[in-house]
Structure formats: structure tokens, C-alpha cells
Design a protein around this ligand. Structure first.
Ligand code: MSP
Length: 643
């Protein structure tokens, strides 16, 4: 039987514009959907907006609008955002849709008829931010842990759902299905909530107090409590009870939420489903919270991050990559633009972008742009590379399926790193100079193109645009069809060939200073050497030690207009990138330099040469007319000190 995959995001409240947190959840859902699609599964992706309740009514009033026009406006902002983040949902659901309203009333009636809804009096502490009553135990210093506000005491006659009746069933279900709620820390939290007797759930609000909701089918003086209404979206979106989509997808349901709404999803929802005679969902996937630097993201702190601002500034794929790479699923993470730029420059521009650029530039230069047909590996270096690629392919499904997105990306980057080193070790630029080494050159370039092709496939769920752009430049079919992981995800799965287009950089580097997020590094000039030893031409040890020599990796090189001697290089020195002007144009072709690890005098005062800033100097051996750069033998990372 073919497996299917149904993924949902929370339906977001329309009391605020979409922000980074919403974007993260929806992007993760999209990544999961794309991964399952690559696996060959039929997928269904639902997101939407939660539009009833006190909170939304209040926000509408603040804007001087009626709740429906206000909800229309904000709901549209969410709906429009997702395609711009390449999140391709199948169904966008709103709780104000007549179809949803009908399903909520249908379920209420069903549960009522079964005797699981009763009328009673309730007094409790209510947080309007969360739209729920809190038990004393759940509060922190008498305050709501989410909103840090004191809940209000409310006493009301209301309808109640006999949640307590299903407590034991739920406990057993969680125990028998260890990954029903995952990761484990949230499963444990849910079990802890079930340790004390569950109170019944108040599921109505008197209409006299709140009119903005779905009327109870059995008492029109009351509207449905917002959570009872909202959770049902997960099945109304599939056309419950008779819809074809419900039949096809509900058995494969996976919800994705953050830890803030664990209780409604981990406790209320499964018991509601049980009472309505519906099978529970398959998995509840719970992620942590994004903080901004070290604080909570909040309107009042004025630090709310708007996804489109970042996308405009740094590009969509850099944003998607950063979110998935930086957060360990289940744990909190901290957002900072500086960290995003660092990842963009080092992982995307430097590691990934460079690998593609170097590989394709060499195919163009040495093989007239036509990549070699599949060639068996010969040397241990080739074997090592292929084995690494195969190992990454093999581990990918379990990392992705187990929500370890950061790990899947780390492994892909291990492969990228190894491949960049493979270029340094096999030195195709040297092989190209020797006609007798032609076949070896082709083998090396075949390996390079093949790794790039596989990387493009594995990156598709994370960065669909980059993935297709890589495929375009590699002259292979863009991934993204159902089942592509099986079809294309093997070494040598497709025959390469055909002339490639001109290579284009994947990710432009971002200068943190220009991006307005860093200050120009205050480099201290070295103290002057003593006059006496200078006269003798000697250098004392202390003076020599002040020279900061560092390993730097050449990222790109280009001639300088008007000079036949100078090249302008961009080099990576640890986390930092620099521009260096070097008088080596007569000794090295620019493309032969890319990827080399050279030695940089890193604490020279920046100088301007031919109108270009040079932040350092390269060491080279000079003999008569000859010049050879000092390079690093072996695997030392850039930024390492040279002593
Ligand atoms: N309307 C309810 C959900 C009903 S689902 C049946 C709701 N809406 S919400 O707009 O507040 O969205 C909460 C969700 O937004 C979180 O569970 C999470 O998915 C996302 N995030 C909001 N802020 C977040 C962070 N700071 N970090 C990570 N995700 C967060 O609750």
C-alpha cells in the first residue's frame, strides 16, 4: 500500500500580522511535505486562520473594524505570504467558512447526543491571551507563563465536555505509541499533564458576553469556545465526515505546532476525537520557540521579525536554510541577523556556491562545457567521495523523517566540505595542463558534477529554488517530482552530458557592514618596533609575534582593470571575509586560485591599491622572475594561525 502524508500547521490567529514564528512552522511543514513527496507519497498540506474568539474581536475593535472585515484582511495577509515563502499548501482553511462551521456544529451535536457534553457552573482563572482557563499549578507566580499576565477570575454557567472520561484512554494511547507526541520531551510533558485528574473542558461562552463565535447547535444562547472550534479545522479542511480527502488522508495525519499550544493539541484534541468516534492523529510534532537575540519576540518589545523583510534583504532560500539549519527541532533557538549573514556567507556562498561554481567553471574551461559521461572511480579519493555521497543519501530519509532537519543539512554540508577538499587534493587545474592526464581529469570532473547533482536533489525540500537553479546549471532535470528520491537519488542515476550554460553564482555574499548589522572591525595597528633594532635590520621576537599570519581560503579572484600585474581576491579567514589585492596576475590564472589555502598577513593596515582596498598581503616565494604562493599542505581550516 502506498503511504500518504497529511501535514497541518496551526491555524494562526488573525489578531496579528504573520511573523518569524509563524513563518518557521509553515516552512517546516512545507519542508516535510516536499520530503514526503520526494519519497513518493501522496501529500496534503493544510494551513489557515483561526478567526473567532475574544482575542480577535478585541484586535478588530482596536482597529475600529468589525470582526469579519478585520479577519478577512489579516487572513488574506497570511494566505498571500505563504506562496512568497515557497510554501505550497493544498488547502487554506478559515474558521469562518460555512463548511467549517457546519462540521463544528455536527461534532458538537454528536458529542452532546452521546452524553459527553453537559451544562454546569465553572469558576476559574482565565487568560484571554491563551483563551483558556489555567489551573493554579500551571501558573508561574500566579501569572500565565505565556503572556506573563495575571489571569482573571471568571464564573460562568457553561457547557462542558467530559474530557475526564478519556483521560485513562489517552494515557494508555500515549504510552503505547511512544512517538504519538514527539520529540520525547513533549511526550513527557503531556504525560505529566495527565498525572493529575483532568478537569472537564468548558466549551462554550455565553453569547451575552461574546457573540463572535459558532453558535452551539443545541443552545443558541451560547457560542463555541475558540479551541473547540479551531481544532476541528484539521478534519473540516478534509471535508469530514464524507469527504474523499478525509478518507484518504486522515489516517496519515501529522500536526505541527510549537510548544505553546501543546495542551490543546496533546490533551483536548485527542480526547475530542475519541468522543466523536474518530481515530486519533498519527503524530503531534512539537518544535521550540524562536527568541530574538535573548528576548522573547513580542509586539511590546518592538522586536517582531517580519519574514518578508528578511527575504527581501537576503533572499528566500537563505532565510529558509537559516531557519532549518539553526533550530534543533524541539528546542528553542535564537534569531539574529548577524547569524543569518554568517550562515549565508559561509555555508551558502562559500561552501555550496563555491563548490558549484568551481566545478562548473572547470567543466567549461577544460571540457568545453560538456560534463563527462559516467566514469568509474579509480583512486581512493574518488571512492571516498562516492562513499560519502552514498552514506549521506542513505541517512537522509531517517534524519528527515525523524525531524532532524539540522542534522540532515549538516550531513549534506559534510559532503560539500569533502568535495571542496577533493578539488584541492585532486588539483584538476594541474591535471588540465597535462594531456596525458586527460582521463583522470574527466573522472575528477565527473565526480564533481555528480556530487553537485545529488546535493541539488537533497536540498529540494529546503531550498526549492536553489535546487532547480543548480540543476539548470548542471544540465540535469530539476528535482521535485513525486518519487524523485528513489529515481534520482543514486550515484550515477542519470547520464550527464550536453553543453552547460554559463555558470552563475548561487548566492551573492553579503557584507555585514553594508547590510547595516555590523561595524567596521576596529583593527589595532601594531605598536612601532624599537628604533635600535630597526636600524640593524633585526627584528626581536616580540615584534615578529605581532605579525598576524593566517590561513585564508581564496573564494574568488579577478583581474583589476588597467593592471596586468594585479588580481583582486576575496578570501575567507575563519568567519571573516576579506578583499586582498595581490601582484600575482602574471603567475596565476584567477580560476586556478579559487579554493587554495594561502597565507595572509592579516594585521596590515588596509591599503588602497589601484583604487581597491586591500585588507592584507599574501606570502609568496620569489626567485628572479618566478613567484609561487605559500600554500597550506593538508587540512587546516581557514583562519588558523601560522607560526
Ligand atoms: N490559533 C491558535 C492555533 C489553533 S490550531 C488549531 C494559535 N495561533 S497563533 O497565531 O498564536 O500561532 C501559534 C503558533 O505560531 C505556534 O504554535 C507556532 O507554530 C507559531 N509561533 C508563534 N510564535 C512563535 C515563536 N516565537 N517561535 C516559534 N513558533 C512560534 O495559537
Amino acid at each position: 500500500m502506498k503511504t500518504r502524508f497529511y501535514i497541518s500547521t496551526p491555524i494562526y490567529y488573525v489578531n496579528a500580522e504573520p511573523h518569524l514564528g509563524h513563518a518557521y512552522t509553515t516552512i517546516v511543514a512545507d519542508v516535510m511535505r516536499r520530503f514526503h513527496h520526494l519519497l513518493g507519497e501522496e501529500t496534503y498540506f493544510v494551513t489557515g486562520t483561526d478567526e473567532h474568539g475574544d482575542k480577535v474581536l478585541k484586535a478588530a475593535k482596536e482597529r475600529g473594524m468589525g470582526p469579519k472585515p478585520y479577519a478577512d484582511l489579516i487572513s488574506q495577509a497570511f494566505r498571500d505570504l505563504w506562496p512568497r515563502l515557497d510554501c505550497s499548501y493544498d488547502r487554506f482553511i478559515r474558521t469562518t467558512e460555512p463548511d467549517h462551521v457546519r462540521v463544528v456544529q455536527y461534532i458538537l451535536q454528536k458529542v452532546y447526543d452521546a452524553g459527553d457534553i453537559y451544562f454546569g457552573r465553572y469558576e476559574g482563572l482565565y487568560c484571554t491571551g491563551c483563551e483558556r482557563f489555567y489551573t493554579e499549578r500551571e501558573l508561574e507566580d500566579g501569572r500565565c507563563p505565556q503572556h506573563e499576565t495575571e489571569p482573571e477570575l471568571r464564573q460562568e454557567d457553561n457547557y462542558f465536555f467530559r474530557m475526564s472520561r478519556y483521560q485513562q484512554w489517552l494515557k494508555d494511547h500515549i504510552e503505547e505509541h511512544p512517538d504519538f507526541i514527539r520529540p520525547e520531551r513533549y511526550r513527557n510533558e503531556a504525560l505529566a499533564m495527565l498525572r493529575d485528574p483532568l478537569e472537564d473542558l468548558c466549551i462554550s461562552r455565553p453569547r451575552s458576553r461574546l457573540d463572535w463565535g459558532i453558535p452551539l447547535p443545541f443552545d443558541s444562547n451560547y457560542v463555541t469556545y475558540v479551541w473547540f472550534d479551531a481544532l476541528i479545522n484539521y478534519i473540516s479542511a478534509l471535508g469530514y465526515p464524507d469527504g474523499e480527502a478525509f478518507r484518504r488522508y486522515w489516517p496519515y495525519a501529522e500536526h505541527l505546532i510549537a510548544k505553546d499550544i501543546l495542551k490543546p493539541h496533546g490533551i483536548y484534541w485527542p480526547t475530542m476525537l475519541k468522543a466523536a468516534g474518530i481515530e486519533p492523529y498519527r503524530h503531534l510534532n512539537v518544535h521550540g520557540y524562536w527568541n530574538v537575540e535573548t528576548s522573547k519576540m513580542s509586539k511590546s518589545l518592538g522586536n517582531v521579525i517580519r519574514p518578508l523583510d528578511l527575504v527581501e534583504k537576503y533572499g528566500l532560500d537563505a532565510f529558509r536554510y537559516f531557519l532549518l539549519r539553526e533550530m534543533v527541532f524541539g528546542l528553542d533557538a535564537s534569531f539574529s541577523e548577524v547569524a543569518l549573514v554568517q550562515r549565508l556567507n559561509s555555508d551558502l556562498a562559500n561552501d555550496l556556491g563555491n563548490l558549484l561554481q568551481r566545478s562548473l567553471t572547470m567543466v567549461r574551461r577544460y571540457l568545453k562545457g560538456v560534463p563527462p559521461r559516467s566514469l568509474p572511480s579509480e583512486d581512493p579519493e574518488d571512492q571516498e567521495l562516492r562513499e560519502k555521497a552514498e552514506e549521506v543519501l542513505e541517512g537522509y530519509p531517517s534524519a528527515m523523517g525523524g525531524l532532524l532537519f539540522h542534522k540532515a543539512l549538516m550531513r549534506i554540508w559534510d559532503l560539500i566540505g569533502l568535495t571542496n577538499r577533493y578539488i584541492d587534493r585532486t588539483e584538476p587545474f594541474r591535471l588540465a595542463k597535462d594531456p596525458a592526464k586527460r582521463r583522470r581529469l574527466e573522472v575528477v570532473l565527473y565526480h564533481l558534477v555528480e556530487v553537485n547533482r545529488l546535493v541539488s536533489l537533497l536540498l529540494w525540500p529546503f531550498m526549492p529554488r536553489t535546487s532547480s537553479e543548480m540543476a539548470r546549471q548542471l544540465g540535469v532535470e530539476a528535482p521535485g517530482n513525486r518519487g524523485d528520491l528513489m529515481r534520482l537519488g543514486r550515484w550515477g542515476a542519470v547520464e550527464l552530458g550536453g553543453e552547460l550554460p554559463t555558470p552563475k553564482p548561487l548566492f551573492p555574499r553579503v557584507d555585514p557592514v553594508q547590510a547595516g548589522i555590523a561595524e567596521i572591525g576596529g583593527q589595532k595597528p601594531p605598536p612601532p618596533t624599537s628604533k635600535e633594532s630597526e636600524d640593524k635590520g633585526e627584528l626581536d621576537m616580540a615584534a615578529f609575534q605581532r605579525v598576524d599570519l593566517r590561513v585564508a581560503e581564496v573564494l574568488s579572484a579577478q583581474p583589476i582593470k588597467g593592471s596586468d600585474r594585479l588580481l583582486k581576491l576575496r578570501v575567507q579567514m575563519g568567519a571573516e571575509e576579506r578583499q586582498v589585492v595581490a601582484g600575482i596576475a602574471q603567475h596565476y590564472a584567477p580560476e586556478d586560485l579559487v579554493g587554495r589555502r594561502v597565507v595572509l598577513v592579516a594585521n596590515l593596515k588596509p591599503a588602497k591599491i589601484f583604487g581597491q582596498v586591500s585588507q592584507g598581503m599574501l606570502l609568496a616565494a620569489v626567485h628572479g622572475e618566478d613567484l609561487r604562493l605559500v600554500t597550506i599542505d593538508g587540512e587546516i581550516p581557514s583562519g588558523a594561525k601560522v607560526r
